[in-house]
Design a protein around this ligand. Structure first.
Ligand code: THG
Length: 372
């Protein structure tokens, strides 16, 4: 696969942090919600090793917020979310699969309850704002929907809490998982949540003013650029997130998949009496019928594979056995690890399949997620 440059344009939005990211050794971008998202700095493997030891600052402004506000905001949030938000509490975030009427996944955001009549969906890569606008218009709901000027900046890694306490005060330590509190930076209030798309711990700052981005970055950098913290710029890391079994919408699943196929059962309000979200009936029917495919982990034999050209084809017993949606070599596990949407028979732990990698057909064996 040749790599071709992508021309910059107004349709691929810069973030408040782009200048700093590009001055911090960025080597690869991806795009997400029509915005730049840093994908690699030194190398995936070195970025991953550093993330597990120290602390990193991540430009995740591309995790855009879709705000629902007004009389019917809660009603619309509950309709859109397959996770039960009927008793959502202000100050809490909820990992919330969103489905269409057939149970197909629209997105898998974190839903933040800001107030009883105000929600943010902190979205993965699909146009949730348009989906929400269409639903509200079609149903005649009284709700304002927009994408606010909010650009998350993540601080991730085992030293994240100590660094954040230096910048925002000891109070940040009291934030529990997925909860958030409001803090002030240069006179501007911002939400800080204990969250982030890694398993190494950390926080996300919902920075609410584009023009303040560089000052916030610089303040964190100044505090973190010491032998104690050894801060580096980073981003969601392909190796670390596959090891941890974090799913990537658009890669591991899309609207042709249901959250049951994605093994997200524990986040679904299927057995909650009175829940009435879009896709509920379809998901109940699929659960009764049984799945024909599902996400599974897998280990791929041989030399390190290139994380390119997804999806990979698979075969088992001379038949198509589904696709590998993401895969990479993990130095820590000394193995090629991946995630696949595989035929249900192949999902049984220990099933041997064949996988077509960029370096040819390889032997692979399925295993549960997460890997670590
Ligand atoms: N943070 C914020 N917004 C986001 C993401 C984020 N938007 C895009 C994307 N990431 C949304 N998708 C996910 C997917 C998984 C998780 C969070 C967001 C996640 N999952 C944990 C897991 O699966 O182990 C735990 C979920 C739970 O226990 O509730 O963290 O990262 N702001």
């Amino acid at each position: 696969m040749a790599g071709f440059p992508i021309f910059a344009s107004r349709r691929i939005r810069k973030t408040p942090y782009t200048q700093r990211v590009e001055a911090s050794g960025l080597t690869a971008y991806t795009t997400y919600n029509h915005m730049l998202l840093p994908a690699a700095f030194t190398s995936l493997a070195e970025d991953c090793a550093h993330l597990k030891q120290h602390v990193q600052i991540w430009d995740v402004a591309a995790e855009r917020q879709v705000e629902l506000r007004g009389k019917d905001a809660h009603k619309l949030a509950c309709l859109m979310s397959a996770r039960d938000l009927r008793n959502a509490e202000p100050g809490r975030g909820y990992y919330a699969p969103l489905c269409d009427a057939n149970g197909g996944m629209i997105n898998d955001p974190i839903a933040l309850c800001l107030a009883p009549d105000r929600f943010w969906f902190s979205i993965a890569d699909s146009d949730v704002e348009l989906w929400a606008l269409g639903l509200a218009q079609g149903m005649g709901l009284d709700v304002e929907i927009h994408e606010p000027d909010v650009s998350p900046l993540a601080v991730q890694g085992p030293k994240a809490e100590d660094l954040m306490a230096r910048v925002f005060g000891e109070e940040v330590r009291s934030i529990r998982m997925f909860r958030f509190k409001t803090f002030e930076f240069q006179g501007v209030e911002m939400i800080i949540q204990r969250s982030g798309w890694s398993k190494q711990g950390g926080f996300e700052i919902y920075m609410p003013k584009f023009a303040l981005g560089l000052a916030l970055w610089d303040r964190i950098w100044e505090e973190g650029n010491t032998p104690e913290f050894q801060i580096r710029a980073g981003g969601p890391n392909l190796i670390e997130r596959i090891e941890g079994g974090l799913l990537s919408y658009g890669n591991d699943m899309n609207r042709t998949n249901t959250p049951l196929e994605c093994r997200l059962d524990r986040f679904l309000a299927l057995d909650v009496e009175g829940s009435a979200f879009l896709g509920k009936e379809a998901l109940l029917r699929q659960r009764d019928r049984g799945l024909s495919q599902a996400l599974s982990g897998l280990k791929i034999a041989g030399e390190p594979i290139a994380p390119l050209a997804f999806p990979f084809k698979t075969r088992a017993n001379g038949q198509d056995a589904g696709i590998v949606t993401s895969a990479v070599h993990s130095p820590a596990m000394a193995a090629n690890i991946g995630i696949g949407m595989l035929a249900i028979e192949a999902c049984e732990n220990g099933t041997e399949i064949k996988v077509e990698t960029p370096q040819g057909w390889r032997q692979a064996v399925t295993c549960p997620l997460p890997f670590v």
